[in-house]
Design a protein around this ligand. Structure first.
Ligand code: ZN
Length: 486
């Protein structure tokens, strides 16, 4: 090649390309012209919630699919979820690692005095981003770090939060079957590398719906639990068919449990306080009471000793361990029913045979937790953890730095197959933009090298080749002097 340069016997473009080629190959471009940083694949994680699946349902009837996961992975027997033990607050705690007072979804029904807006899981009010933006769900965090997420009906996942929806998501529609939700999730997880999601969330409304209408003690709940186990089996089979089962980390859990209600355990507020004195904000068993202007003391005094099966708290007196005090959306008075009791204004209100929302230390309020995959130990049973610990666990598995949260990886690191190091490495964000900068940099770098080589070789040949001896000394001298200094 040097001979080629000296003789001028081949085109300069060809010669330069010969030099450029190895440098360009350091910055390989993929078929889409994107930079390939040789970043390791981010581990994949699928978080599944069967709403209202109480921790002990797995031993109530044969549930071979749950038990298969338990044998091949980890089980946590007691998961203390976040207060209040309701669907929207607890699902948001799972993906933020925050208690409700911090993430701001403090109930299924809320009133925000600053926004002067009401929130209800039954209305389109849930699509107002402002309710959700006191926290950042994991799917947003992972996308901001260059990853991708996919959500099938998880509460809040079809709401724009901090400017983002999940990379792939299904707008909430209760009539979409579980099987369809699974098929979409599998599609997203198994897409080509540049499009596949790293983190998936999958939600199913049962056994919560049946638990409310039948009551958890009903023998008819057995068939509902068997059906959930079969649905889990469908998910496992689809993961296997897509060759994802050995690579995807799977967490199967729930937001809360369920307890039996009784028609003779009803507390009627109309017996104790006039409706003119307050606004009823949230439903039983933790009722949010907004007293009318100047009526706080009066309402509280009428409720505080009203019924032995109900506790009335002024907001400032809500027990510390509930982590349920420091948010404007928590009402000035909350009423908490004892387990199995229902608070209504009067008996014309619809009555359910099962409910949740009670004290999160009650075993009946606690959800199932099983997990399996390369990140988890096999056949391991842990006694207890908090549901807010699941968020740092998921961040660790996904190799992403967690945002400030109420959980702790230390509390759950024994679930992992490999113990985390003090500073958990994270995978740098993928760079998606087209970039020719490395090629241009290499090009100019090579030009400089080639220029230098030409000059150097010319000096050498001036000294060594007889045919060049008759060149002007004046022209060549500076070069020769420079050459001597080398
Ligand atoms: Zn729920």
């Amino acid at each position: 090649m040097l001979g080629c340069l000296l003789r001028g016997g081949c085109g300069p473009v060809v010669c330069l390309w010969t030099l450029l080629l190895p440098l360009v190959s350091l910055h390989r471009l993929n078929q889409h012209g994107l930079r390939d940083h040789s970043v390791p694949d981010r581990p994949k994680l699928l978080l599944v919630s069967f709403d209202g699946f109480r921790w002990d349902y797995v031993d109530r009837v044969p549930t071979p699919n749950f038990h298969s996961l338990m044998n091949e992975g980890v089980t946590v027997e007691q998961v203390e979820n976040a207060y209040i033990t309701k669907t929207f607050p607890d699902h948001y705690s799972l993906v933020t690692g925050l208690y409700a007072e911090t993430h701001g979804i403090v109930a299924n029904e809320m009133y925000d005095p600053t926004l002067n807006r009401s929130f209800s899981m039954e209305t389109d009010s849930i699509y107002d981003s402002r309710w959700w933006e006191e926290a950042v769900p994991l799917w947003v965090t992972i996308q901001k770090a260059g990853g991708r997420s996919g959500a099938a009906m998880w509460p809040g996942s079809d709401v724009k939060i901090h400017g983002l929806y999940p990379t792939q998501y299904l707008p909430y529609n209760a009539s979409v079957s579980f099987e369809t939700r699974v098929e979409r999730i599998i599609e997203w997880l198994s897409a080509p590398k540049e499009e596949a999601v790293d983190f998936g969330v999958l939600y199913w409304e049962e056994p919560d719906k049946s638990g409310h209408s039948l009551g958890p003690q009903s023998p008819r709940m057995d068939a509902v639990i068997v059906d959930i186990d079969e649905k889990l089996g469908f998910l496992i089979n689809e993961l296997k068919k897509a060759r994802l089962y050995e690579t995807v980390n799977l967490i199967v859990t729930s937001d809360h449990g369920m307890t039996q209600l009784f028609s003779d355990k009803i507390i009627e507020l109309d017996e104790y306080v006039s409706r003119d004195l307050y606004t009823w904000v949230d439903k039983s068993p933790v009722v949010g009471i907004l007293p009318k202007e100047g009526k706080l003391e009066e309402v509280y005094s009428k409720l505080v000793d009203a019924n032995p099966n109900m506790v009335a708290y002024k907001k400032k007196d809500i027990p510390e361990h509930f982590h349920y005090r420091h948010n404007i959306r928590i009402m000035p008075i909350i009423l908490e029913a004892k387990e199995g009791w229902t608070i209504v204004q009067n008996r014309t209100a619809p009555f359910m045979l099962g409910n949740h929302g009670y004290d999160n230390t009650l075993r009946s309020m606690q959800p199932v937790f099983v997990a399996r995959g390369p990140a988890f130990r096999r056949d391991y049973v842990k006694i207890s953890m908090r549901s807010v610990d699941i968020y740092p666990l998921m961040c660790h598995i996904l190799a992403i730095h967690p945002l400030p949260n109420n959980g702790s990886l230390l509390n759950v690191k024994d679930l992992l197959s490999q113990q985390p190091t003090p500073s958990t490495p994270s995978i740098p964000p993928r760079v998606k933009e087209y970039s020719y900068a490395p090629v241009m940099g290499s090009f100019f770098g090579v030009l400089m090298v080639v220029g230098f080589l030409v000059v150097y070789i010319r000096q050498v040949t001036l000294k060594q080749l007889p045919s060049l001896k008759h060149r002007s000394r004046e022209m060549s001298q500076p070069l020769l002097q420079e050459d001597l200094h080398l």
